[in-house]
Design a protein around this ligand. Sequence first.
Ligand code: UDP
Length: 376
Amino acid sequence: MIHNTKNYDYLIVGAGPFGSVFAYEAAKRGKRSLIIERRSSIGGNMATHKEHGINIHDFGAHIFHTDNKYIWDYINQFSEFNGYINQVIADYKGELYNLPFNMNTFHQMWGIKTPEEARNKINEQKNAAKVTGLPKNLEEQAISLIGTDIYTKLIKGYTEKQWGRKATELPSFIIRRLPVRFTYDNNYFNHRYQGVPVDGYTPIFEEMYKSDLIDVQLNTDFFSDKEKYISEFPKIIYTGMIDQFFDYKYGELEYRSVRFESETYESNNKQGNSVINYTDAEIPFTRIMEWRHFDKKGDDGYTILTKEFPQDWDRTKEAYYPINDEKNSELFKKYKKESLKIKNVIFGGRLGNYQYYDMDQVINAALKTVHREFGE
Ligand code: UDP
């Protein structure tokens, strides 16, 4: 089968943010791309759809947040964003706490009121737990940041079900994604720019593909004809799993997967917040999203809630999160080294780079790749 029918300059494997930004930028520079996507939808894990006028995020809640004004302006050229600020509630066995860890959480946990009292309490608990020196894992990092009470009630259970392994076996950077602050501020992110697109994320991708120089082919698996694709296209942007590209020759990288269960209710407001995290170990899901609270949109009398269940990954499931522990990082290095030898394939995105990227970081990485590719 001949794939490169239109003398495409690029084959882009995966219609997620990395590949789509690359295609858009290449088209701006007069280059033609074919995007192939295994799934029947565009946008990768950012994909959204509408039900009862409500924007549903198909692969879990995506809130755009960044400190980078350039990236914020960049994504805003494709859609208007609302002013949504993420404020998450944690439910631990029926006790409710504000997240991220801030003066509200400390007050709810300990009844204290001032930043000084909070710092003293945390130091007391950190010293009692004998956590000193550089934290060696997520558990030590968490205790040294916010003490044992919060670690036990809000982190340990959630983290261990989310990742399917002990908090002592996870890298500390994962918990540093969450702010710890000594003010009464429930904003889940520290970034200056934040929001969700008013019509969901999928229209952003449709907007990116408007150029005649971009074609998109859904339901098309690169691996069904890998060698042919490689031989027919001058250059490939590959955003799938890097270990799969090399036929797992050094072994499988580990990923974490999730699955979702959604339900529609005849109500305008069921749980009172867009996201509630269930932080104890016994409840099998990590969080429940109520989509209408992300953008205050939806037909009157309908609300849709989605439960997120973490699950082990195997080749039949979608890979959501790379597990950047020591073992996998070593393995990734081998694949990375291999990938650098192949001059006509660029690896990018969460799966191609095995990195826990946020959306703004993927876009930034894609734009850097574009500049390198075009010698700018
Ligand atoms: N986390 C936690 N309790 C919570 C929320 C998050 O322990 O209530 C930890 C958990 O280890 C999680 C990490 O913080 O994997 C990062 O959370 P984030 O909300 O950034 O995860 P994502 O939305 O990317 O799944």
